[in-house]
Design a protein around this ligand. Structure first.
Ligand SMILES: *Cc1c(COP(=O)(O)O)cnc(C)c1O
Length: 392
């Protein structure tokens, strides 16, 4: 036998975290107690009332069958209710809500449902790594929109060349941004809607951190923007703000025609979210938001401990307004983000994600996840100081 993967597989990058996992495993094998500030996976457990809802639903054998790919009617109504309560956005649960087995899957399927070979997809850079595979698999072209600090990490729509605008079919956005931690204001969304209308571009906003905001900030839903539902959709997920990353439950909401394309694609390749998990997510979405608010306070304190600690070492880190991430410049001159992250891991056992892993405009930055307890963050700062990464 001569087994070879398809040519299109070779277009896919090595999954960023595989590489980090290998570096981490090498340190762990040497006996190092690695403080992993790499992947942004919520560290605390799913709240008990959500786990209880799953347990009850799993005892009901009506929930043991193939689920509908669209999501239970109760689930779609809960999502619509949540959008009304949190964003004052009206959604028709029948046509404007679609359940997904995680938004990672949703954002990967979307370009395959919408794009023909040769279509252009406008993609922020740096960006979440799962945006590219679906585009490449669809044979579409990527046009990167650089996210620069001087533009508050917002894409500069005016910089998109005219011919690209005409060939573009889809624009991807993500606020609060991963990895940049930037907020997307309504004034920016308004420009996006006008741009999308003018050039007939579908917009997909990925918003898994929309409630993870600090210092009185607010992240509006893209769908709050007048006209947004005519041009696009939004992905939201229970993974991050309800500590449910392992459960694989999310939803796409907004434009009914876009969702019909995505739904057709999904109905052919999967069967939907296990119903007890949907009932657990309903408990999350219809319950009080106290848990999420308390988690925000936890992340807020962690952020302050980490940033104040690093700034004592002369790192000059700006406080991120949202998300579980600190996105900051490599504090040392003349060294790449990958070299810096590797040096910190080797000398202090603290793992950061090099910004280059999120795209070329991520070079010069590192991403630090706030998904460990405060005492571990204090220890991380101590170790970094002892290892000599001090810039005063
Ligand atoms: C974590 C993350 C997701 C994935 O969420 P799931 O619903 O768990 O698949 C999607 N987009 C961004 C930007 C993320 O950071």
């Amino acid at each position: 036998m001569n087994i070879q993967g398809a040519d299109r597989l070779s277009k896919l990058p090595v999954y960023l975290f595989d590489d980090l996992d290998a570096q981490k495993a090498a340190e762990v094998a040497k006996g190092v107690d690695v403080i992993d500030l790499g992947v942004g996976d919520p560290d605390r457990p799913t709240p008990g009332y959500i786990v209880e809802a799953l347990k009850q639903a799993v005892d009901n054998d009506r929930n043991h069958h193939y689920p509908s790919y669209k999501g239970l009617p109760e689930y779609r109504r809960a999502v619509a209710h949540w959008y009304k309560t949190n964003f004052n956005v009206d959604l028709d649960p029948e046509k404007e809500v679609l359940a997904c087995i995680g938004s990672k899957r949703g954002v990967a399927d979307l370009p395959m449902a919408l794009c023909n070979p040769g279509d252009v997809v406008l993609v922020p850079n740096p960006c979440y790594t799962a945006y590219l595979p679906g585009i490449l698999m669809a044979g579409a072209e990527v046009h990167f929109m650089p996210l620069l600090e001087e533009n508050d990490f917002l894409p500069d729509l005016d910089a998109i060349p005219e011919p690209v605008r005409h060939r573009a079919k889809l624009m991807l956005l993500n606020f609060p941004g991963n990895p940049t931690a930037a907020l997307g204001p309504l004034s920016f969304f308004q420009k996006v809607v006008e741009f999308a209308e003018q050039y007939n571009i579908i917009v997909s906003h990925d918003a898994p951190y929309s409630e993870a905001v600090f210092d009185g900030n607010r992240q509006p839903s893209f769908l709050e923007t007048p006209g947004a539902k005519e041009v696009g959709i939004e992905f939201h997920s229970v993974s991050k703000v309800f500590n449910m990353s392992g459960w694989r439950c999310a939803h796409a909401v907004g434009n009914a025609e876009v969702l019909a394309c995505l739904g057709k694609m999904r109905s052919n390749v999967d069967m939907g979210v296990f119903q007890p998990i949907q009932y657990a997510a309903i408990a999350a979405l219809t319950g009080s938001m106290d848990f999420t608010r308390e988690m925000c306070r936890v992340y807020n304190r962690r952020r302050d401990v980490l940033i104040e600690g690093l700034n004592r070492l002369g790192w000059n880190v700006r406080k991120n307004p949202a998300s579980f991430f600190v996105w900051t410049r490599v504090p040392q001159k003349g060294i790449s983000s990958g070299e810096f992250a590797a040096a910190v891991l080797k000398k202090s056992g603290v793992l950061f994600t090099p910004g280059r892993g999120f795209g070329e405009y991520g070079e010069g930055y590192i991403r630090i996840a706030l998904t460990v307890e405060e005492d571990r963050l204090r220890e991380a700062v101590d170790r970094i100081e002892k290892a000599g990464f001090v810039y005063i």
